[in-house]
Design a protein around this ligand. Structure first.
Ligand code: UT7
Length: 329
């Protein structure tokens, strides 16, 4: 009997229309356009503006066209897994809010919190619901309104992040295509170098935590960079070795877009030329959980059925991993 795999059968993403360019940032902090572009690869990022709008609103903008593209109703969705570091609120889960906003009246859902690796953690989790046969239509969302937790007076972080996100639909596939394998890792000792200091149960919000700017992203960039370069490249090489894949078998690398230099190092380690690597960091910056669905959406038309794709990510926590996908359409 053919193994049932979980295949991506539709993808869509969305970024808000307002732009924050490198030039704009030079008016906010002591930086310059050349530094940002050469050290990160970023030229501009999109920012969600508007009172009362959050991550779920961007997710809805991505999901409604996705459902239309696939020709299905929201009532057919059975499960929504939302990867986000900037949920609409501490609780309920953003997945619940998305279900309500799109009219997924028959779905259940929950959020996954794994910082920049959240989308691949959620995708791997969602795969199990399809492979076991209990679910036939699962939405995996990756979305972040990073501007809600960024200090625009901190040049070490404000130049990197942007807002946006997207979603994929997972359905059963019996043709041998879909999510083939994944390797996921965490190292909680890495929390010291990239975290949000207050707002959780250890340090709830007070006037003092707000005054001390402890609700913003804290990052020791150089340390995170060193781990990211090593771990993302290691895990990508590991999943290839484990599955007897060489660089020539791989059609595409879809890397988390945190820094162009990290992406280049990963591609080199995998033996891939630049043409096989999806790169849109120059236009969106690091949208955390949004980067991978944004790449899938922008490159969707170039993918061919049966293409071997490696998706790789590294994020705060630390979290990292890689997924091998055989594209299904
Ligand atoms: O999303 C997943 C997790 N996050 C990441 O993967 C991010 C990983 N880290 C990075 O991408 C990089 O570390 C950054 C882009 C954050 C920083 O780049 P860097 O090359 O590691 O810079 P640095 O922190 O080592 O700083 C180098 C210099 C310093 O000046 P001095 O001491 O050499 O005079 C900084 O003060 O650049 C200075 N600098 C800046 N200059 C202009 C730091 N930030 C800026 C800035 N504009 N925005």
């Amino acid at each position: 009997m053919t193994k049932v795999r979980a295949a991506i059968t539709a993808v869509h993403a969305w970024v808000p229309p307002d732009l924050l360019t490198n030039h704009d940032l030079t008016k906010l902090v002591d930086t310059n356009e050349e530094w940002i572009e050469t050290r990160t690869g970023i030229k501009e990022r999109h920012i969600l503006k508007g009172e009362g709008l959050g991550s779920s609103d961007m997710a809805v903008q991505a999901i409604l066209p996705l459902l239309k593209k696939r020709g299905i109703g929201a009532d057919e969705i059975e499960l929504i897994i939302c990867a986000t570091t900037t949920p609409d609120m501490q609780f309920p889960a953003t997945a619940n809010i998305i279900a309500d906003k799109i009219g997924a009246v028959n779905a259940w859902g929950y959020d996954v919190n794994a910082a920049c690796s959240g989308f691949i953690f959620a995708l791997t989790t969602a795969t199990k619901f399809i492979e076991t046969g209990t679910h036939k239509k699962v939405l995996v969302v990756g979305v972040d309104k990073m501007s809600s937790i960024i200090d625009y007076t901190d040049r070490a972080t404000c130049v990197i992040f942007g807002d946006g996100g997207g979603a994929v639909l997972l359905e059963p596939n019996e043709e041998g295509n879909g999510i083939m394998d994944s390797i996921l890792r965490v190292d909680g000792s890495g929390r010291a170098f990239l975290h949000q200091k207050a707002g959780g149960s250890v340090k709830p919000a007070t006037l003092e935590t707000v005054a001390a700017k402890e609700h913003f992203v804290y990052q020791e960039g150089q340390t995170v960079f060193k781990f990211a370069v090593t771990k993302m490249a290691d895990v990508s090489a590991e999943i290839m070795e484990k599955n007897n894949l060489t660089g020539s078998d791989i059609s595409w690398l879809i890397p988390h877009q945190a820094n162009k230099r990290i992406i280049d190092a990963t591609a080199r380690r995998m033996g891939l030329p630049d043409e096989k690597v999806t790169l849109n960091i120059e236009r969106y910056g690091n949208t955390t959980n949004g980067t991978i669905p944004l790449c899938l959406w922008e490159w969707e038309k170039k993918f061919k059925k049966g293409d071997n794709i490696i998706i790789a990510a590294f994020g705060g926590g630390f979290t990292w991993g890689a997924i091998w996908v055989k594209w299904a359409y």
